[in-house]
Design a protein around this ligand. Structure first.
Ligand SMILES: C[S@@+](CC[C@H](N)C(=O)[O-])C[C@H]1O[C@@H](n2cnc3c(N)ncnc32)[C@H](O)[C@@H]1O
Length: 255
């Protein structure tokens, strides 16, 4: 079975029939993926914090600008970002099979509006959970709480249960890992690269071997690394060519 992406899409980064990396804007590319052809959308989109932080006179402002806005991909005005997220959910809803799942990382302050958008596009809301970083940067630790968490939101499409490979064990809505190690960044740095361990856990729980998984905001390709490790097929979309190159090297390295 081949990954369901039309040949017309620029496939410079295509690796084989099991992994298809696309350099482009996912708002356009998602429209080219076949209806009901994907089992899981697992992604970590921009959180729309660039402009929000820019307006605040805090010590974190400079850090946020470096990390997000200056990276050039998280500085959209809220309305434009929201419109793109609306298209992201409507296209994800179209490409997912009945019983497919979608898990999206998000900043905690956006959770309620993202759930409303997903429900508007036909998703069934399941869970909001937390990823906790055990060794966050201790910035301004004597002034306030050190930020060490990000949220993720889990939905199913067309049913109220999806694949959930818990193997009879209780799974908390709380995942804990260290920050992404330098070893995982040896092919190049991405400012918000997720740890492979975290994505392995999500891919393993929410999909089965042979399933097709899409990450429309792929970044440095961590979802793709987990897919290859766990024998899932992967379509990754990323607008920044340098990040696609990093993703390709990281995924190729998985034996
Ligand atoms: C939070 S990062 C993802 C990081 C990723 N989880 C990893 O482990 O490397 C979001 C990524 O989405 C990309 N991006 C933002 N808007 C996009 C769009 N419309 N189409 C494709 N990629 C986009 C950014 O360039 C950025 O690399």
């Amino acid at each position: 079975m081949t990954v369901q992406v039309p040949k017309s899409i620029n496939n410079e980064f295509n690796q084989d029939n099991y992994c298809n990396l696309i350099n482009g804007d996912c708002i356009d590319i998602l429209k080219k993926i076949n209806d009901k052809s994907v089992h899981l959308v697992l992604t970590d989109p921009p959180y729309n914090l660039g402009q929000f932080m820019h307006k605040r006179n805090t010590n974190l402002k400079k850090m946020r600008e470096n990390q997000f806005a200056y990276a050039g991909w998280d500085n959209l005005p809220y309305d434009e970002w929201f419109k793109d997220m609306d298209i992201f959910f409507s296209e994800s809803s179209r490409i997912l099979v009945k019983g497919g799942s979608l898990l999206v990382f998000m900043s905690i302050i956006k959770v309620e509006s993202i759930i409303a958008l997903a429900e508007k596009n036909g998703f069934y809301y399941k869970t909001t959970g937390i990823w906790h970083k055990t060794n966050p940067m201790p910035r301004n630790m004597n002034l306030h709480f050190v930020n060490s968490t990000e949220a993720w939101i889990y939905f199913t499409k067309g049913t109220n249960t999806g694949t959930f490979n818990n193997e009879g064990k209780l799974v908390h809505d709380f995942f804990e890992t260290s920050l992404t190690t330098q070893g995982e960044k040896k092919h190049g740095k991405h400012p918000t690269q997720k740890p492979i361990k975290l994505m392995d856990r999500l891919v393993g729980l929410l999909s089965n071997e042979g399933d097709i998984i899409v990450d429309p905001f792929m970044g440095s390709g961590t979802t793709g690394v987990s897919c290859k490790k766990l024998n899932r097929k992967f379509i990754g979309v990323e607008q920044n060519k340098e990040y696609v190159k990093i993703a390709r090297q990281r995924i190729e390295e998985v034996s």
